[in-house]
Structure formats: C-alpha cells, structure tokens
Design a protein around this ligand. Structure first.
Ligand SMILES: NC(=O)c1ccc[n+]([C@@H]2O[C@H](COP(=O)([O-])OP(=O)(O)OC[C@H]3O[C@@H](n4cnc5c(N)ncnc54)[C@H](OP(=O)(O)O)[C@@H]3O)[C@@H](O)[C@H]2O)c1
Length: 287
C-alpha cells in the first residue's frame, strides 16, 4: 500500500476503505475482509453509526493497531461538545487514539471552537492528526487565520466529474493533503463513454481508473464497497499508471456532479437555495 506524507510527518495509506451507508453487519464483515486483503486505512464517521463495527473488526483482525489508519469525524450535531463527541467515538471504536479526526462539515459559528478543542486532542496525542471535511477556500482561510495547527487533511467530494480545482490548488499551496470522497461517483458515472474508453485502453475497470486518477493528482482516495471482489479490485491500482493524454481526457469530464450534499458551498456566493436551507436547518436545530 503506498502512502502519502502529511504536514506533521505522518504517512497515511493512499487508499482507504469508506464505510458510509454500510450496514453494521456489512461494515464489520467488510472491514475484516479489507484488513485481510491488505487495506490499512478505514474511513468512518460518528454519523455513519458504525464506529462500533469498525472497532470490533479491527480488534478481531489480528492486525496490529499501529499498522492501521483509522479516521473518524465530528458529527455536525455534536459541535457544541467536541471533546465529549470525540471520547464517545473512541469508546465505540474501542481505541485509545484515532489517526485522524475531522470536522465533518463547516458549520458556521461552530467550526472555530471545535477546531480549538481538536487542537487540544491533537497535542495530547489522542488524535495523531486533525483535519477538516467539506471546507472551501474561504473556510480554510478563516481557519488558518485563527489556529495554531494547520489541518493535515481536507476531505472533499472529488473525482473527474467534480474536481474542485480552486480548493485542491489552495490545499496544495498550504501543505494540506486532499482526500477524495465519493471517488467512484457512487457508481453513477461508471458507464461514462470517455471513462469506459480510457479504462478499456488500459485494460482496467472504470472504478480503478477513477481511483488512479485521484492518486496521480496526489489525492488520498476513499472508495467504498461491501463487495469482497471489488475490495481487491479497488486496491489493485499501484503497479500501473494512466498516461498523460488519458489524464487530460479524464480532466475534460468536469460537470460539477454532486452526488449528495455539498457543504463546500455553504456561505459562498455560489450557494444554492437548497444548500442554504440545509445549512440553516442544521445550524438552527442540530448543531
Ligand atoms: N466527508 C464527507 O462528507 C463524506 C461524504 C460521502 C462519503 N464520504 C466517505 O467516502 C467514502 C466513499 O464515498 P461514497 O460511499 O459516497 O461512494 P463511492 O465510493 O464513490 O461509491 C460507492 C458505490 O460504488 C460501488 N462500487 C464500489 N466499488 C466498485 C467497483 N469496483 N465497481 C463498481 N461499483 C463499485 C459501491 O457498491 P458496493 O458497495 O455494492 O460495491 C457503492 O454503490 C464513504 O464511504 C465515506 O467514507 C465522506
């Protein structure tokens, strides 16, 4: 498994297993199978409600804890109680530290206070790295101006159909590694003709090409599957490359394809009514 260097000197495995929407039983079985297949990086979140299943699988896998990278995320509804939420995640995961703790989304009026608490957790070694998710350039600039720890990671939705070039360029300039979530477009664009053409020419699957596109851009990729065959397919991406001309073809696929939510737009000029309303509801009633 190749790794990516973070700004605090740690190395994160470049492909991680996502477990969003994996049922508790599927999650347990898949994390166990993934660790046997060679994965060393699991991406969960409090809101996925499967941290306990991830923890059980890690414990029973026999793989030393020190070899596994575990990421979890602060639920937007818990941002008033960041430290308590973090401790609850640790308890569910049956761990005494996590490798990476992320703010799940940039809720206004809460994110800076949460970050301050996360800096304390980081300095105490309870989270080996801290970062954010769904932050745009404005959110990051605000954070950098008000913090002592530069986020190690910004996790955003990222694939050739949604490239967020402004955010990825900004992160690169600031030494923040970008993680690509929904790298497979939730399987909705796997039949795109250009993607299929490139995949066939390389004798790879569309899913593998999407993951590799992200890796070649320097992103950490987080494909989700609960299918044992696809688990292996999705990490068989290290001994080949996408030629430059095919990377360029894939780059032309940008079409702002958002699969679910897009909190990177919160508070921005491009925010749609729907996004504004969702943020408002979360801010007023949940967070
Ligand atoms: N920070 C955030 O706000 C955020 C938001 C969304 C996701 N994430 C993280 O990113 C991870 C991945 O994103 P995602 O779950 O939205 O979607 P994704 O990884 O883009 O796509 C998952 C879908 O693709 C299918 N699939 C997986 N491998 C395949 C393959 N080789 N060939 C064909 N189909 C394949 C899966 O079905 P099967 O399971 O049946 O194989 C599932 O339907 C999440 O699990 C989560 O950890 C973070």
């Amino acid at each position: 498994m190749s790794t990516t260097l973070l700004n605090n000197g740690l190395r994160i495995p470049s492909v991680g297993l996502g477990v969003y929407k994996a049922s508790p039983e599927d999650c347990y079985k898949t994390v166990l199978a993934a660790l046997q297949a060679g994965y060393r990086h699991i991406d969960t979140a409090a809101v996925y409600r499967n941290e306990a299943d991830v923890g059980r699988a890690i414990k029973e896998s026999g793989v030393p804890r020190s070899e596994i990278w575990v990421t979890t995320k602060l639920h937007v509804g818990d941002m008033r109680n960041t430290t308590a939420a973090f401790n609850k995640s640790l308890e569910l995961l049956q761990l005494d530290y996590v490798d990476l703790y992320l703010i799940h989304a940039p809720i206004r009026g809460r994110r800076l206070q949460s970050w301050k608490e996360m800096e304390v957790l980081y300095k105490a070694g309870k989270a080996k790295a801290i970062g954010v998710s769904n932050f745009n350039v404005e959110h990051l600039e605000e954070l950098l101006a008000n913090s002592t720890v530069v986020p190690a990671i910004n996790q955003i939705e990222l694939n050739p159909f949604l490239q967020h070039v402004d955010i990825t360029e900004f992160c690169k300039a600031k030494g923040i590694v970008v993680q690509a979530y929904s790298p497979l477009t939730k399987a909705r664009k796997l039949d795109d003709p250009t993607l299929v053409e490139v995949s066939k020419s390389l004798n790879k699957t569309p899913a593998q090409v999407l993951i590799k596109w992200g890796l070649q851009k320097g992103f950490v990729s987080l494909p989700k599957t609960v299918n044992p065959k696809r688990l292996v397919e999705n990490i068989s991406v290290f001994d080949w490359t996408i030629p430059a001309q095919d990377m360029q073809k894939l780059d032309t696929l940008e079409c702002n394809f958002v699969t679910e939510w897009d909190p990177t737009q919160w508070g921005s000029k491009n925010e749609t009514w729907g996004q504004w309303a969702l943020e408002k509801v979360i801010h007023t009633f949940v967070a």
